[in-house]
Design a protein around this ligand. Structure first.
Ligand code: XLS
Ligand code: NI
Ligand code: NI
Length: 434
Protein backbone atom coordinates (compact mmCIF):
# COMPACT_ATOMS: atom_id res chain seq x y z
CA UNK A 1 0.00 0.00 0.00
CA UNK A 2 1.34 3.41 -0.89
CA UNK A 3 -1.37 5.54 0.73
CA UNK A 4 -1.44 7.57 -2.48
CA UNK A 5 -5.08 6.79 -3.36
CA UNK A 6 -8.08 7.14 -1.07
CA UNK A 7 -8.79 3.44 -1.08
CA UNK A 8 -6.86 0.22 -0.70
CA UNK A 9 -9.40 -2.33 -1.91
CA UNK A 10 -9.77 -3.32 -5.55
CA UNK A 11 -12.40 -1.54 -7.66
CA UNK A 12 -15.21 -4.02 -8.26
CA UNK A 13 -18.18 -4.50 -10.55
CA UNK A 14 -21.36 -3.42 -8.79
CA UNK A 15 -23.78 -3.13 -11.72
CA UNK A 16 -25.51 -0.26 -13.52
CA UNK A 17 -27.41 0.83 -10.40
CA UNK A 18 -24.29 1.38 -8.30
CA UNK A 19 -23.97 4.78 -6.67
CA UNK A 20 -20.33 4.23 -5.67
CA UNK A 21 -18.30 6.31 -8.14
CA UNK A 22 -15.31 4.04 -7.55
CA UNK A 23 -17.04 0.93 -8.84
CA UNK A 24 -17.62 -0.55 -12.28
CA UNK A 25 -21.16 -0.34 -13.60
CA UNK A 26 -20.61 -2.22 -16.84
CA UNK A 27 -17.11 -3.72 -16.78
CA UNK A 28 -17.83 -7.12 -15.31
CA UNK A 29 -14.55 -8.83 -16.15
CA UNK A 30 -15.79 -12.43 -15.92
CA UNK A 31 -18.99 -11.87 -17.89
CA UNK A 32 -19.07 -13.98 -21.04
CA UNK A 33 -19.56 -12.14 -24.32
CA UNK A 34 -19.46 -14.06 -27.60
CA UNK A 35 -17.54 -16.93 -26.00
CA UNK A 36 -14.88 -14.95 -24.13
CA UNK A 37 -14.83 -12.98 -20.90
CA UNK A 38 -14.92 -9.20 -21.03
CA UNK A 39 -11.40 -9.18 -19.62
CA UNK A 40 -10.19 -11.44 -22.45
CA UNK A 41 -11.83 -9.30 -25.11
CA UNK A 42 -10.77 -5.91 -23.84
CA UNK A 43 -7.27 -6.59 -22.44
CA UNK A 44 -7.03 -3.17 -20.80
CA UNK A 45 -3.67 -1.55 -20.18
CA UNK A 46 -2.64 1.49 -18.14
CA UNK A 47 -0.18 3.80 -19.92
CA UNK A 48 2.69 4.63 -17.58
CA UNK A 49 3.56 7.93 -19.28
CA UNK A 50 0.23 9.67 -18.94
CA UNK A 51 -0.77 8.31 -15.56
CA UNK A 52 2.54 8.32 -13.71
CA UNK A 53 4.88 10.66 -15.59
CA UNK A 54 2.94 13.55 -17.09
CA UNK A 55 3.08 16.40 -14.53
CA UNK A 56 0.02 18.36 -15.68
CA UNK A 57 1.87 21.01 -17.67
CA UNK A 58 0.76 22.73 -20.86
CA UNK A 59 2.51 25.19 -23.22
CA UNK A 60 1.43 28.06 -20.97
CA UNK A 61 2.25 26.71 -17.54
CA UNK A 62 4.16 24.14 -15.57
CA UNK A 63 3.15 21.20 -13.49
CA UNK A 64 -0.06 21.14 -11.48
CA UNK A 65 -0.01 17.60 -10.12
CA UNK A 66 3.04 17.93 -7.83
CA UNK A 67 3.48 14.17 -7.58
CA UNK A 68 5.92 13.30 -4.79
CA UNK A 69 8.16 11.32 -7.17
CA UNK A 70 8.38 14.29 -9.58
CA UNK A 71 10.00 16.59 -7.03
CA UNK A 72 13.77 17.16 -6.77
CA UNK A 73 15.62 14.15 -5.42
CA UNK A 74 17.66 11.11 -6.42
CA UNK A 75 16.21 10.12 -9.82
CA UNK A 76 16.45 6.39 -9.20
CA UNK A 77 14.81 6.68 -5.79
CA UNK A 78 12.06 8.71 -7.47
CA UNK A 79 11.69 6.07 -10.20
CA UNK A 80 11.21 3.40 -7.53
CA UNK A 81 8.66 5.50 -5.66
CA UNK A 82 6.80 6.03 -8.94
CA UNK A 83 6.84 2.28 -9.61
CA UNK A 84 5.25 1.61 -6.22
CA UNK A 85 2.32 3.89 -7.06
CA UNK A 86 2.10 2.48 -10.59
CA UNK A 87 1.69 -1.07 -9.31
CA UNK A 88 -0.80 0.16 -6.72
CA UNK A 89 -2.83 1.75 -9.53
CA UNK A 90 -2.71 -1.47 -11.59
CA UNK A 91 -3.84 -3.47 -8.58
CA UNK A 92 -6.70 -1.16 -7.63
CA UNK A 93 -8.03 -1.10 -11.19
CA UNK A 94 -7.53 -4.86 -11.51
CA UNK A 95 -6.24 -4.32 -15.05
CA UNK A 96 -4.48 -7.19 -16.80
CA UNK A 97 -1.81 -5.04 -18.53
CA UNK A 98 0.37 -1.93 -18.54
CA UNK A 99 2.59 -0.24 -21.15
CA UNK A 100 5.69 1.95 -20.81
CA UNK A 101 8.48 3.81 -22.61
CA UNK A 102 12.02 3.19 -21.34
CA UNK A 103 12.32 6.79 -20.10
CA UNK A 104 8.96 6.69 -18.31
CA UNK A 105 10.18 4.15 -15.85
CA UNK A 106 13.89 4.93 -15.49
CA UNK A 107 15.79 8.22 -15.83
CA UNK A 108 18.18 8.96 -18.67
CA UNK A 109 21.77 8.70 -17.40
CA UNK A 110 24.89 10.68 -18.29
CA UNK A 111 25.85 8.00 -20.83
CA UNK A 112 24.05 5.34 -22.83
CA UNK A 113 25.51 2.66 -20.56
CA UNK A 114 24.20 4.44 -17.49
CA UNK A 115 20.74 4.85 -19.05
CA UNK A 116 20.65 1.15 -19.85
CA UNK A 117 21.75 0.27 -16.32
CA UNK A 118 18.93 2.40 -14.92
CA UNK A 119 16.43 0.68 -17.19
CA UNK A 120 17.61 -2.78 -16.21
CA UNK A 121 17.52 -1.91 -12.51
CA UNK A 122 13.88 -0.82 -12.76
CA UNK A 123 13.11 -3.86 -14.90
CA UNK A 124 14.47 -5.98 -12.03
CA UNK A 125 12.01 -4.25 -9.71
CA UNK A 126 9.16 -4.80 -12.18
CA UNK A 127 10.07 -8.46 -12.60
CA UNK A 128 9.98 -8.92 -8.85
CA UNK A 129 6.61 -7.19 -8.52
CA UNK A 130 5.15 -9.08 -11.47
CA UNK A 131 5.82 -12.39 -9.73
CA UNK A 132 2.94 -11.69 -7.39
CA UNK A 133 0.93 -9.00 -9.20
CA UNK A 134 -1.75 -9.90 -11.73
CA UNK A 135 -0.62 -7.26 -14.20
CA UNK A 136 1.37 -8.22 -17.31
CA UNK A 137 3.17 -6.14 -19.90
CA UNK A 138 1.11 -5.44 -23.01
CA UNK A 139 3.94 -3.57 -24.70
CA UNK A 140 7.13 -1.71 -24.20
CA UNK A 141 8.58 1.04 -26.34
CA UNK A 142 11.47 3.49 -26.49
CA UNK A 143 11.17 7.24 -26.14
CA UNK A 144 12.99 8.46 -29.25
CA UNK A 145 11.53 11.96 -29.20
CA UNK A 146 12.09 13.83 -25.91
CA UNK A 147 15.87 14.19 -25.76
CA UNK A 148 17.36 17.03 -27.84
CA UNK A 149 19.54 14.56 -29.78
CA UNK A 150 16.31 13.45 -31.48
CA UNK A 151 15.10 16.92 -32.44
CA UNK A 152 15.56 16.10 -36.15
CA UNK A 153 14.22 12.58 -35.79
CA UNK A 154 15.65 9.26 -34.63
CA UNK A 155 15.83 6.72 -37.48
CA UNK A 156 15.18 9.52 -39.99
CA UNK A 157 17.84 11.83 -38.57
CA UNK A 158 20.30 13.23 -41.13
CA UNK A 159 23.12 12.17 -38.77
CA UNK A 160 23.93 8.42 -38.76
CA UNK A 161 25.23 8.79 -35.20
CA UNK A 162 21.71 9.61 -34.03
CA UNK A 163 20.37 6.63 -36.00
CA UNK A 164 22.88 4.46 -34.14
CA UNK A 165 21.81 5.90 -30.78
CA UNK A 166 18.18 5.11 -31.61
CA UNK A 167 19.19 1.54 -32.51
CA UNK A 168 20.92 1.19 -29.16
CA UNK A 169 17.92 2.50 -27.28
CA UNK A 170 15.42 0.28 -29.11
CA UNK A 171 17.67 -2.75 -28.62
CA UNK A 172 17.68 -2.19 -24.86
CA UNK A 173 13.95 -1.41 -24.66
CA UNK A 174 13.02 -4.47 -26.72
CA UNK A 175 15.24 -6.73 -24.64
CA UNK A 176 13.64 -5.43 -21.43
CA UNK A 177 10.18 -5.91 -22.97
CA UNK A 178 11.16 -9.50 -23.83
CA UNK A 179 12.56 -10.13 -20.35
CA UNK A 180 9.32 -8.92 -18.74
CA UNK A 181 7.20 -11.17 -20.96
CA UNK A 182 5.83 -8.28 -23.05
CA UNK A 183 3.27 -9.34 -25.64
CA UNK A 184 4.12 -6.64 -28.19
CA UNK A 185 6.73 -4.01 -28.93
CA UNK A 186 5.52 -0.62 -30.22
CA UNK A 187 7.21 1.94 -32.45
CA UNK A 188 5.55 5.30 -32.60
CA UNK A 189 7.52 7.56 -34.92
CA UNK A 190 7.84 10.40 -32.43
CA UNK A 191 9.78 12.81 -34.64
CA UNK A 192 10.06 10.67 -37.76
CA UNK A 193 8.85 13.38 -40.10
CA UNK A 194 9.78 16.91 -41.04
CA UNK A 195 9.22 20.55 -40.27
CA UNK A 196 10.12 21.79 -43.77
CA UNK A 197 10.96 20.05 -47.02
CA UNK A 198 13.61 22.72 -47.61
CA UNK A 199 15.99 20.81 -45.33
CA UNK A 200 14.59 17.31 -45.86
CA UNK A 201 15.48 14.55 -48.33
CA UNK A 202 12.22 12.59 -48.22
CA UNK A 203 13.42 9.54 -50.15
CA UNK A 204 16.58 9.27 -48.06
CA UNK A 205 14.65 9.49 -44.80
CA UNK A 206 12.09 6.87 -45.85
CA UNK A 207 14.92 4.49 -46.76
CA UNK A 208 16.47 5.08 -43.33
CA UNK A 209 13.14 4.32 -41.65
CA UNK A 210 12.71 1.18 -43.73
CA UNK A 211 16.23 0.00 -42.83
CA UNK A 212 15.65 0.75 -39.17
CA UNK A 213 12.45 -1.26 -39.03
CA UNK A 214 14.11 -4.18 -40.80
CA UNK A 215 16.90 -4.09 -38.21
CA UNK A 216 14.36 -4.07 -35.39
CA UNK A 217 12.49 -7.05 -36.84
CA UNK A 218 15.75 -8.97 -37.36
CA UNK A 219 16.74 -8.31 -33.75
CA UNK A 220 13.36 -9.49 -32.53
CA UNK A 221 14.02 -12.85 -34.18
CA UNK A 222 17.65 -12.91 -33.03
CA UNK A 223 16.65 -12.67 -29.36
CA UNK A 224 13.67 -15.02 -29.71
CA UNK A 225 11.06 -12.40 -28.84
CA UNK A 226 7.71 -13.82 -29.90
CA UNK A 227 5.65 -10.67 -29.39
CA UNK A 228 4.20 -8.59 -32.20
CA UNK A 229 5.99 -5.53 -33.53
CA UNK A 230 3.49 -2.70 -33.88
CA UNK A 231 3.74 0.67 -35.63
CA UNK A 232 1.50 3.42 -34.32
CA UNK A 233 0.37 5.84 -37.05
CA UNK A 234 0.01 9.56 -36.38
CA UNK A 235 -0.27 12.29 -39.02
CA UNK A 236 1.42 15.22 -37.28
CA UNK A 237 2.59 16.41 -33.87
CA UNK A 238 5.27 16.85 -32.81
CA UNK A 239 6.49 17.34 -36.39
CA UNK A 240 4.43 19.10 -39.02
CA UNK A 241 4.26 15.92 -41.07
CA UNK A 242 4.88 12.43 -39.70
CA UNK A 243 5.80 9.64 -42.11
CA UNK A 244 3.59 7.09 -40.33
CA UNK A 245 0.63 9.29 -41.24
CA UNK A 246 -2.26 6.82 -41.07
CA UNK A 247 -3.07 3.15 -41.62
CA UNK A 248 -2.98 3.45 -45.40
CA UNK A 249 0.42 5.13 -45.51
CA UNK A 250 1.96 2.76 -42.99
CA UNK A 251 0.67 -0.22 -44.95
CA UNK A 252 2.24 1.16 -48.13
CA UNK A 253 5.50 1.72 -46.24
CA UNK A 254 5.48 -1.84 -44.88
CA UNK A 255 4.91 -3.26 -48.36
CA UNK A 256 7.68 -1.16 -49.84
CA UNK A 257 10.20 -2.38 -47.28
CA UNK A 258 8.99 -6.00 -47.25
CA UNK A 259 7.58 -5.98 -43.72
CA UNK A 260 3.83 -6.45 -44.15
CA UNK A 261 3.90 -9.94 -42.68
CA UNK A 262 6.16 -8.96 -39.76
CA UNK A 263 4.57 -5.80 -38.43
CA UNK A 264 1.05 -4.85 -37.39
CA UNK A 265 -0.51 -1.57 -36.34
CA UNK A 266 -1.38 0.03 -33.04
CA UNK A 267 -4.26 2.36 -33.84
CA UNK A 268 -4.97 5.36 -31.65
CA UNK A 269 -8.40 7.02 -31.74
CA UNK A 270 -7.09 10.58 -31.42
CA UNK A 271 -4.47 9.99 -34.14
CA UNK A 272 -7.20 8.74 -36.46
CA UNK A 273 -9.21 11.92 -36.03
CA UNK A 274 -6.09 14.11 -36.40
CA UNK A 275 -5.56 12.40 -39.75
CA UNK A 276 -9.07 13.39 -40.81
CA UNK A 277 -10.45 9.87 -40.38
CA UNK A 278 -12.74 8.28 -37.86
CA UNK A 279 -11.36 5.71 -35.40
CA UNK A 280 -13.81 3.26 -36.96
CA UNK A 281 -12.28 3.85 -40.40
CA UNK A 282 -8.73 3.22 -39.25
CA UNK A 283 -9.68 0.03 -37.39
CA UNK A 284 -11.76 -1.23 -40.32
CA UNK A 285 -8.98 -0.54 -42.82
CA UNK A 286 -6.31 -2.23 -40.69
CA UNK A 287 -8.60 -5.24 -40.31
CA UNK A 288 -9.25 -5.35 -44.05
CA UNK A 289 -5.50 -5.24 -44.76
CA UNK A 290 -4.72 -7.91 -42.16
CA UNK A 291 -2.59 -5.62 -39.98
CA UNK A 292 -4.88 -4.86 -37.03
CA UNK A 293 -2.70 -5.28 -33.95
CA UNK A 294 -3.73 -3.21 -30.93
CA UNK A 295 -5.59 -0.06 -29.92
CA UNK A 296 -4.60 3.09 -28.05
CA UNK A 297 -8.02 3.87 -26.73
CA UNK A 298 -8.57 7.57 -26.13
CA UNK A 299 -10.41 10.47 -27.73
CA UNK A 300 -9.70 13.94 -29.09
CA UNK A 301 -11.71 17.12 -28.87
CA UNK A 302 -13.71 18.29 -31.86
CA UNK A 303 -12.69 21.90 -31.22
CA UNK A 304 -8.96 21.24 -30.70
CA UNK A 305 -6.66 20.34 -33.55
CA UNK A 306 -4.15 18.46 -31.45
CA UNK A 307 -3.70 15.19 -29.59
CA UNK A 308 -5.68 15.97 -26.42
CA UNK A 309 -5.48 12.30 -25.36
CA UNK A 310 -8.68 12.24 -23.30
CA UNK A 311 -10.21 9.12 -21.86
CA UNK A 312 -12.89 7.62 -24.14
CA UNK A 313 -16.44 8.61 -23.25
CA UNK A 314 -18.49 8.00 -26.38
CA UNK A 315 -20.17 4.60 -26.39
CA UNK A 316 -21.31 4.92 -30.05
CA UNK A 317 -17.79 5.75 -31.32
CA UNK A 318 -16.14 2.92 -29.40
CA UNK A 319 -18.93 0.51 -30.40
CA UNK A 320 -18.28 1.07 -34.10
CA UNK A 321 -14.55 0.48 -33.64
CA UNK A 322 -15.07 -2.66 -31.53
CA UNK A 323 -17.54 -3.98 -34.08
CA UNK A 324 -14.65 -4.24 -36.56
CA UNK A 325 -12.37 -5.73 -33.91
CA UNK A 326 -14.94 -8.45 -33.16
CA UNK A 327 -15.67 -9.11 -36.82
CA UNK A 328 -11.98 -9.55 -37.54
CA UNK A 329 -11.59 -12.13 -34.77
CA UNK A 330 -10.16 -9.96 -31.98
CA UNK A 331 -6.84 -8.29 -31.28
CA UNK A 332 -4.65 -11.36 -30.73
CA UNK A 333 -1.66 -10.21 -28.66
CA UNK A 334 -3.00 -6.64 -28.68
CA UNK A 335 -5.26 -4.89 -26.22
CA UNK A 336 -6.87 -1.60 -25.29
CA UNK A 337 -4.21 0.74 -23.93
CA UNK A 338 -5.45 3.89 -22.23
CA UNK A 339 -3.12 6.30 -23.99
CA UNK A 340 -5.07 9.02 -22.23
CA UNK A 341 -4.41 11.62 -19.63
CA UNK A 342 -6.52 13.26 -17.00
CA UNK A 343 -7.02 17.00 -17.39
CA UNK A 344 -4.57 19.50 -15.93
CA UNK A 345 -7.00 20.52 -13.19
CA UNK A 346 -7.61 16.91 -12.12
CA UNK A 347 -5.04 17.11 -9.37
CA UNK A 348 -6.46 14.56 -6.92
CA UNK A 349 -4.86 11.09 -7.04
CA UNK A 350 -8.32 9.53 -7.22
CA UNK A 351 -8.93 11.37 -10.50
CA UNK A 352 -6.72 8.68 -12.04
CA UNK A 353 -9.11 6.04 -10.74
CA UNK A 354 -12.22 7.87 -11.96
CA UNK A 355 -10.68 8.31 -15.41
CA UNK A 356 -9.82 4.64 -15.87
CA UNK A 357 -13.07 3.37 -14.36
CA UNK A 358 -15.06 5.59 -16.73
CA UNK A 359 -12.99 4.52 -19.72
CA UNK A 360 -13.32 0.84 -18.86
CA UNK A 361 -17.07 1.15 -18.39
CA UNK A 362 -17.46 2.94 -21.73
CA UNK A 363 -15.51 0.18 -23.48
CA UNK A 364 -17.51 -2.51 -21.69
CA UNK A 365 -20.79 -0.93 -22.79
CA UNK A 366 -19.44 -0.63 -26.30
CA UNK A 367 -18.35 -4.27 -26.30
CA UNK A 368 -21.84 -5.36 -25.24
CA UNK A 369 -23.42 -3.16 -27.89
CA UNK A 370 -21.09 -4.45 -30.61
CA UNK A 371 -21.74 -8.05 -29.56
CA UNK A 372 -25.51 -7.42 -29.63
CA UNK A 373 -25.25 -5.96 -33.12
CA UNK A 374 -23.39 -9.06 -34.26
CA UNK A 375 -25.82 -11.44 -32.57
CA UNK A 376 -28.78 -9.57 -34.01
CA UNK A 377 -27.35 -10.18 -37.48
CA UNK A 378 -29.41 -7.57 -39.36
CA UNK A 379 -26.42 -5.32 -40.09
CA UNK A 380 -24.39 -8.20 -41.51
CA UNK A 381 -27.40 -9.44 -43.47
CA UNK A 382 -27.76 -6.03 -45.11
CA UNK A 383 -24.07 -6.03 -45.98
CA UNK A 384 -24.20 -9.55 -47.40
CA UNK A 385 -27.27 -8.66 -49.47
CA UNK A 386 -25.52 -5.58 -50.83
CA UNK A 387 -22.55 -7.57 -52.14
CA UNK A 388 -24.50 -10.72 -53.05
CA UNK A 389 -23.74 -10.24 -56.75
CA UNK A 390 -20.05 -10.87 -56.09
CA UNK A 391 -20.83 -14.21 -54.48
CA UNK A 392 -22.37 -15.55 -57.69
CA UNK A 393 -20.17 -17.71 -59.99
CA UNK A 394 -19.94 -14.83 -62.50
CA UNK A 395 -18.92 -12.34 -59.83
CA UNK A 396 -16.28 -14.56 -58.30
CA UNK A 397 -14.80 -15.38 -61.73
CA UNK A 398 -14.26 -11.67 -62.27
CA UNK A 399 -12.66 -11.24 -58.85
CA UNK A 400 -10.37 -14.23 -59.31
CA UNK A 401 -9.09 -12.82 -62.58
CA UNK A 402 -10.69 -15.50 -64.80
CA UNK A 403 -12.31 -13.07 -67.23
CA UNK A 404 -10.93 -10.43 -69.55
CA UNK A 405 -12.12 -6.87 -69.85
CA UNK A 406 -13.59 -7.75 -73.25
CA UNK A 407 -15.55 -10.72 -71.86
CA UNK A 408 -16.90 -8.61 -69.03
CA UNK A 409 -17.88 -5.92 -71.53
CA UNK A 410 -19.71 -8.54 -73.62
CA UNK A 411 -21.65 -9.70 -70.56
CA UNK A 412 -23.55 -6.43 -70.26
CA UNK A 413 -27.25 -7.16 -70.98
CA UNK A 414 -28.93 -3.92 -69.97
CA UNK A 415 -29.00 -1.10 -67.49
CA UNK A 416 -28.02 -2.21 -63.93
CA UNK A 417 -30.79 -1.76 -61.36
CA UNK A 418 -29.76 0.85 -58.71
CA UNK A 419 -30.57 -0.06 -55.11
CA UNK A 420 -30.83 2.02 -51.96
CA UNK A 421 -27.78 2.29 -49.72
CA UNK A 422 -30.27 2.43 -46.81
CA UNK A 423 -27.94 4.51 -44.64
CA UNK A 424 -30.71 5.91 -42.43
CA UNK A 425 -32.21 2.46 -41.86
CA UNK A 426 -28.77 1.16 -40.87
CA UNK A 427 -28.04 4.11 -38.57
CA UNK A 428 -31.37 3.55 -36.84
CA UNK A 429 -30.56 -0.15 -36.56
CA UNK A 430 -27.24 0.57 -34.83
CA UNK A 431 -28.86 3.14 -32.55
CA UNK A 432 -31.09 0.43 -31.15
CA UNK A 433 -28.00 -1.10 -29.54
CA UNK A 434 -25.83 1.80 -28.33
C1 XLS B 1 1.86 9.95 -28.91
C2 XLS B 1 1.72 8.50 -28.92
C3 XLS B 1 2.56 7.79 -27.88
C4 XLS B 1 2.66 6.34 -28.22
C5 XLS B 1 3.79 5.65 -27.55
O1 XLS B 1 1.09 10.67 -29.50
O2 XLS B 1 0.38 8.18 -28.79
O3 XLS B 1 2.01 7.99 -26.61
O4 XLS B 1 1.49 5.65 -27.95
O5 XLS B 1 5.02 6.17 -27.91
NI1 NI C 1 -1.13 9.97 -29.06
NI1 NI D 1 -0.41 6.28 -28.52
Amino acid sequence: MTGFFSRTDIVRYEGPGSTDPLSFRFYDKDRMVLGKTMEQHLRFAVAYWHSLVWPGGDPFGGETFLRPWAQPGDPMAQARAKAEVAFELFRLLDVPFFCFHDRDVAPEGATLAESNAHLHAIADLFAEKMQTAKVKLLWGTANLFSHRRYMAGAATNPDPAVFAYACAQVKAAMEVTHRLGGQNYVLWGGREGYETLLNTDLGQELDQLGRFLNLVVAHKHAIGFKGTILIEPKPQEPTKHQYDFDVASVYGFLRRYGLESEVKLNIEANHATLAGHSFEHEVALAAALGVLGSLDINRGDAQSGWDTDQFPNSVPDVTLALLHVLKSGGLGTGGLNFDAKIRRQSIDPDDLLHAHIGGMDVCARALLAAANIIENGALQAALDARYAGWATPEGSHVLRGQTTLAEIAASVTGEPQPRSGAQEYLENLVNRFV
